[in-house]
Structure formats: structure tokens, C-alpha cells
Design a protein around this ligand. Structure first.
Ligand code: PMP
Length: 302
């Protein structure tokens, strides 16, 4: 099935790519008023779907946005959307925007939320990135303060991250590290960050300015199972520069080693053993865990 033949879920109906449009009066478009999720499907299984839905509903609750489906209903629609598009490995984009309103900010004047599910082919990062590692830079754009917009809210307001992404691209790389306004490391533009020092894994807590990533949580869980110690605590760039390993995690990225930060090589400039161990465990996990989209086929392909 080609991209132009894909079916997009829009408020309970399936539309082609050309038909799947929302109004220019949608407050998601006018103001970035809405919430979203990026979700992966591996071999017909939606990875940690309930965690993504929990985060979506919590984000919606935080901005007083009513999602016009129960979590069970939305879960069914997501599975159906994957099936309808005949996908087994996919990237899903789930968007709930405030809906059509007036030109003023007032969300109470918006009719009802628009709910969109896009199931697309997954565009994998090149394998070389996992083998050689990624150089990143620290953005001068600081992460929006948690007391202005809580980072646990995955809202359509991504301008802050986009500004940092522009800095990354201008520096010739794909990801940028974002600090919070006190200078603590928060996260990357679309990924969480981990560092390893003397065998201990550190990642910033969400109150520093990090999204509570689903992959981040999976990596913390896996590290625990592998007998590794993970500590959620604030750290500065000094800890990153002097780390034994640095890696980033995200739904699209999975686990990517970072081998250079700004002008500084991390350790010997090669992906480290802890990251490799966690990536391997993560890739095993996604094969066995998840919400099955094709239960009737389970067992047939194995
Ligand atoms: N931080 C930000 C700002 C992100 O947009 C993402 C991607 N959703 C992440 C971290 C990683 O989160 P997850 O593992 O849930 O994809």
C-alpha cells in the first residue's frame, strides 16, 4: 500500500491523505492548542499503547481538553487503523486538538476536539548511527520552564523544541541538548537523555524539564532487570562531558549512542557497553511486548 492510499482516522471516519483535512479555525492550527503521541508498532504489536494513552489522557486533562472517546474506545480505533492500513511495522501519530473555534484564544468557544490517527511506515534511522553514534550540540534555546508548561504535558506547543532543532541542524547534526533555565540538563529536542558514569546510569527527572518518555521508562525498567542502577537526578553539562557513556532514547530513535557533545568527544568516541546492552534488551522487548493488532495471525508467523 503506497502512502497516498493510506487511511487516516479523523473523528471516527477513515479518509484518504487528501481528504483528511481539518479547518484553519482549529485551535491546534491557530494556537498549538492540543496534545499528541508518537507510537511504534513492531511486528503487529503496538508498543506500550496503554502508557501512551495514559500520557495522552493526562496531557489532555492538564489542559482541560475533553477527548471524545474513552481510553478503551481510542485503543480500539488505533488497532483498527493499523489493520486498515495493513501495517505490521509502523509509526503512529495520534493528535487531539481543541477543535474549531473563533479567532480568539477562548477554548470554550471551540466546538469539539478533533481526533486524528495517522499510521505510517516507519522511517528508521540509518544503522550506522547505532554503530558509530551521533554527535549532538547544546542549544542556546533553554527548555521551557516546568512552572510555565509542565514537560509531562505532551502538547502541540513544540516551538521551543523546534528552535533547538534548528540550532542542531545549523550545527550540522540531528539532535540538540536542551538545558533548563538554571543550567541543568533537561532533554533533547525529541529524545530523553541518559549518561553513564562508573557503572551508574543517570537521567534527569521530569521536574528538571524532561518529558516522561515511554522509551525512557522502558529503559529504566530494563536496566533494573539487568541489575544496573539508574538514578533520576539533576546534572549539568560537566557530567555529560565527563561521562563514560551518553545515549538518548525516544519512540522513533529507540536508543542512540551519543559520541560527541559540542566540541567534546565522549570517552573514546565510541558507543559504550551499557548502551549496547540496553539497546539489545530493548529490541528483544519490543518483539515480545505490545497490544496485538492481528491476534488471528499470532502463532502463524513464528
Ligand atoms: N522528549 C521529547 C520532547 C519528545 O518529544 C519525545 C518524543 N515523544 C521524547 C522526549 C521521548 O519520548 P518517548 O520515548 O515517549 O517517545
Amino acid at each position: 500500500m503506497s502512502n497516498s492510499e493510506r487511511y487516516i482516522f479523523l473523528n471516527g471516519e477513515y479518509k484518504t491523505k487528501e481528504q483528511a483535512t481539518v479547518s484553519v479555525f482549529d485551535h491546534g492550527f491557530l494556537y498549538g492548542d492540543g496534545v499528541f503521541e508518537g507510537i511504534r508498532v513492531y511486528s503487529g504489536n503496538v508498543f506500550r499503547l496503554r502508557e501512551h494513552l495514559d500520557r495522552l489522557y493526562d496531557s489532555a486533562k492538564a489542559i482541560l481538553l475533553t477527548i471524545p472517546y474513552t481510553m478503551d474506545e481510542l485503543e480500539k480505533h488505533i488497532v483498527e487503523c493499523v489493520r486498515k492500513n495493513d501495517l505490521t511495522d509502523a509509526y503512529l501519530r495520534l493528535v487531539v486538538s481543541r477543535g474549531i473555534g473563533e479567532l480568539g484564544l477562548d477554548p470554550d468557544r471551540c466546538s469539539s476536539a478533533n481526533v486524528v490517527i495517522i499510521a505510517d511506515q516507519v522511517r528508521l534511522y540509518p544503522k550506522s548511527l547505532y554503530e558509530q553514534g551521533l554527535p549532538i550540540v547544546t542549544a542556546s534555546t533553554r527548555r521551557i520552564s516546568p512552572d510555565a508548561l509542565d514537560p509531562r504535558v505532551k502538547s502541540l506547543n513544540y516551538l521551543n523544541n523546534i528552535l533547538a532543532k534548528i540550532e542542531a541542524k545549523q550545527a550540522g547534526t540531528e539532535e540538540a541538548l536542551m538545558l533548563n533555565s538554571s543550567g541543568y540538563v533537561a532533554e533533547c529536542t525529541a529524545d530523553n537523555i541518559f549518561i553513564v558514569k562508573k557503572g551508574i546510569i543517570y537521567t534527569p527527572p521530569s521536574y528538571v524539564g524532561a518529558l516522561e518518555g515511554v522509551t525512557r521508562k522502558a529503559i529504566i525498567d530494563l536496566a533494573g532487570k539487568l541489575g544496573l542502577t539508574v538514578t533520576e537526578e539533576p546534572f549539568t553539562l560537566q557530567s555529560v562531558y565527563t561521562a563514560d557513556e551518553v545515549f538518548i532514547t525516544g519512540t522513533a530513535a529507540e536508543v542512540i549512542p551519543v559520541v560527541k557533545v559540542d566540541t567534546r568527544q565522549i570517552n573514546d568516541g565510541k558507543p559504550g557497553p551499557v548502551m549496547k546492552q540496553l539497546l539489545e534488551a530493548f529490541q528483544k522487548l519490543v518483539k515480545i511486548e505490545g497490544t496485538q493488532c492481528y491476534p488471528e495471525k499470532v502463532g502463524l508467523s513464528k
